[in-house]
Each structure stands twice: as C-alpha cells, then as structure tokens.
Design a protein around this ligand. Sequence first.
Ligand code: GDP
Length: 295
Amino acid sequence: MFESLSERLESAFKQIKGEGRITELNVAATVKDIRRALVDADVNYKIAKEFTDRIKDKAMGEKVLTAVSPGQLMVKIVKDELVELMGGTESELQSKGNPAVILIAGLQGSGKTTFSGKLANYLKTKKGLSPLLVAADIYRPAAIDQLKVLGGQIGVDVFSEPDNKDAVDIARKAVIQARSLNKNVVIIDTAGRLAIDEAMMTEVANVKSAVNPNEILFVVDSMTGQDAVNTAKAFNDRLNFSGVVLTKLDGDTRGGAALSIKYTVEKPIKFVSSGEKLDTLDVFYPERMAQRILG
Ligand code: GDP
C-alpha cells in the first residue's frame, strides 16, 4: 500500500538527514520533493501546496531546536501534518439505536456490498451487536444474492423483497422487521450506478429521509485517485454523509484518496477495507496510516 509514496518521501528526506542544521535552502529542497511526491500520489495540487507550506513554516519556526537532527525534525513535522490531514484521531461509528440504522452509499463496483457484509461481521464479532443486512438494490438482482451469500457466511440475517421495486419501502419495512427480530443495527446496502446519476442520488436521499440513519457511510474505491475525491464531493453535497469507507487498499493504491478526502469533504474516513475476505476491515487510524506511509 502506498509503496511509491513511501519511497518518494523517504528519498525526499535523504538529503536533509545528512545536514547539520535546518536552513531555508535545505527545507525548501525537501519541501519541494515532498510536494512532488504528493502530487504524483494523486493528491490535488492545492492540498499538496498548503500541506508543504505548513511544513515549511513549522520547520523554519523550529530551527532553533538543536536537540533533534534536521532529518528527525522534518520526519516528525511531516508525520504530524499527515495525521492532521487524515483527520487527527479516529472517528467512532455511531451504532447505538433501537435499531441503529447505517446507510451504505457509493458507486457500483466501489465495494458497497462487500463492505456491508464486512461491517455486519465486524459489528457482530467485535461489538457484540445483532445486525440485519438489507438488500435495497432494486436494479441488480445479483446484488441481493451476493448479500445473501455474505450473510450466510457470517450468520447474519438478510432482509430482501426481490419483487419490490421501491427502495424506500424496503428500507422502512426492514427497520420494522429489525425491531420485531430484536436486531439492534440495520445495515442498508443501496443501489449504485457506474457514474454519478440523478436518479440514484434521489433514491438514496429518499431512503435517508425515510429511515433517518445514525450513519451514512460513503464507500469509495481508493484506486480511483482524484476521481474518488470528486465522487465523494458529489455524494456529500447531496447526502451530507457522516463518514467515508476506503476500499481496495490491498491494491495498487497511490494514496491520493486517503490523503485528500477528509480535507475536501470535511468528513472522517471511518473504515478501510483491504481484501475480498470478510475479516479484512479495519477502523481507520490516521496515526497508524501516517506511520505506515513514512515506513
Ligand atoms: P458494489 O457494486 O459497490 O456493491 O461492489 P462489490 O461489493 O460487489 O465489489 C465489487 C468488486 O470489488 C467485487 O469483486 C469485490 O470482491 C471487490 N472488492 C470489494 N472490496 C474489496 C477490497 O477491499 N479489496 C479488493 N481487492 N477487492 C474488493
């Protein structure tokens, strides 16, 4: 994950690590390399520029500190800024309710259905909750089957009405069903399209109004770089979602989505998904991610 970014940052620090003190010149050179590394990792130029301007200011502001070497100081400043850029601390999922309702939205192929299964598994095994999965994709019958298979694998019930073409009605009934089955969290997998589409947005927005979710999680394929960020913006403008899920971090992801989404939509990344297996879901910790990036 993020190999190329990690390598580029490592080489950006190389020169300053050999210097005896922080100077305007060596900071400027390091910062320039960092900015290029970020842009090449698909971070939007404006974000990369602001990021490196902050690093420059901090480094120059701390140049009197002689206790640490310039290299150590730069790595520390960059790490702190990476953590901030990705949201600071982790953001907890709101899963308390009677039942709690979690709405899953995103484009088709982003990994919504897989994530819904993973989240149900996580809430069941790690949080001791009793989830109900809801198949509200009324356009792709295969999505209903896919969710049923996932539910079967983790021992979680799946609510579906294959002949019902009204996603709002399905979602409402699912919440009522959950109550009567004593389920305390409902995970609604909504329909996605290949591209942003007004009908899809209206449908998800209508489901949102009908069931008043505790969380709306926007699922996005991290391999799609700046597109991921643009899609996030479009979904957030319409749905005002509560958190982001980055999927396919096991692939050849450059890092742009992870680094830019929080800045762009001001919503935290809550989970990262890194595989097709159901236990490959992790809570997103900005600190750990920054550490991984810096190696
Ligand atoms: P949906 O259309 O948004 O519901 O997407 P799916 O859940 O059907 O996922 C689309 C494809 O991506 C499937 O082949 C999944 O197995 C795969 N997939 C989902 N999440 C991940 C992930 O984190 N890593 C990898 N490698 N594949 C994933």
